[in-house]
Design a protein around this ligand. Sequence first.
Ligand code: ARG
Length: 457
Amino acid sequence: MLYRRELLGEASPLTLRYTSSMEYDKLIACEVLEVMGAYIEELRELKVVPEDAANRILGELENLIAEPSKLFHIKAEDVHEAIEVHLKEKLGSDAGYIGLGRSRNDHVAAALRLKVSRLLLKLLKSIVGFRRTLLSRASASINVLIPLYTHSQPAQISTLAHYFLYIDEMLSDYSSALVKALDITVRSPLGSGPAAGVMAPLDRGRLASKLFGGMLAVNTLYASGGREFSLITLALVSSLLVSLSRVAEDFILFSLPQVGYFKLPAGHLATSSIMPHKVNPVTMEIVRAKAGGVLGKFVSVASIVKGIPSGYNLDLQEANRPVIEALMEAIDTLEVLRDAIENVEVNAGAVEGDIKRYPLLASDIAELIALKTGKPFREAHKELAKLVKEAKNTEELYNRVREAYNINLNPKDAVKRPVNGSPSPENVKSHMEKSLKNIEEFEAELSKYSFLEKSRC
Ligand code: ARG
């Protein structure tokens, strides 16, 4: 314990354990070391630290990047203190040059921003991969009919491609929002010191260009004590998982034995330890649960930040882990769900059975009656509802419609609804083309952040 000894003496084991962030600093140790390296380089450039001492420190930081586990045997308040203890042990008084123009407050903010930025970039790339999988499955299922549900009741006939493209559009929206979160996050707080800046004449722009592509969180109070980047990221990531949990739920429902539209690949299933007949859709269940867990992490960070006074408070230390874990879980979730989508099999027999069983064309027919006869839609709806009630099955229903109105609609033609965004093959093809273009443009936009991947972490 380096920092408190002079003023307060050693901390009790309980206090140290309770207030130390060492355990979860493992998640950002490498970024903390990189930040420290950039800062020492700046001090060297400014010639406020002897070149030789700066080089020795940089050399040792390199060793630590290769093996950060060395730090975690040290009893310390946090990884920042552990690094100083380690450097002092290795380099003696030269280690003491660390500290000028720096606070743990701006350094932890920098490391966290860097970690969150890298994970956001990874997440955005996973979304791109996910969208490509969706588009490739969609292009092979333009004519694969499936029922769509509202209120969990059979509603209208659609196609599998149309279903996949709904997920694609949703992910396109999340991409636009998340890239904004990345833009907000990847800004350097270095040089902001504890709250109001430092006396050392650091060139904040030059520092920012080392790790943050030159972008800056400007105001020093905001840069050192703000966690808006975490809040915004978590709000979006938890919303993303909430949306994806609905897809997981679709997969669970569509693979119910009673429904049977989808057959999940074996890798997504588990057996029961007692019921020999069971195959459980375990990955989809965990996707559903992760959405809840990640939402909890958002609430956790928002509750930690809520009401603390402006500027750094140690409360913020507890907000580091949830944002990192949420992003890691989101990345895994996307890969699991992407794989399910890539490999899910459709059971045509089960789908056809339901298309015959449920009057999925009823709304289309009611509309066609109104359009054809010029009757108010309400009347057409009423007439058709009566027929639905009277008919023993859909075959009889469609026969009676043919006789009464000379309307002969089949499921394949019904999906050709003329409105934009409908499952009509024309629409689906044009959506797919636009989407592919959108993905390519988005990838070009992401390449702006490729500096984040040039890391030894
Ligand atoms: N361990 C702290 C964190 O993760 C680092 C900053 C501590 N600052 C301080 N003045 N005690 O947030």
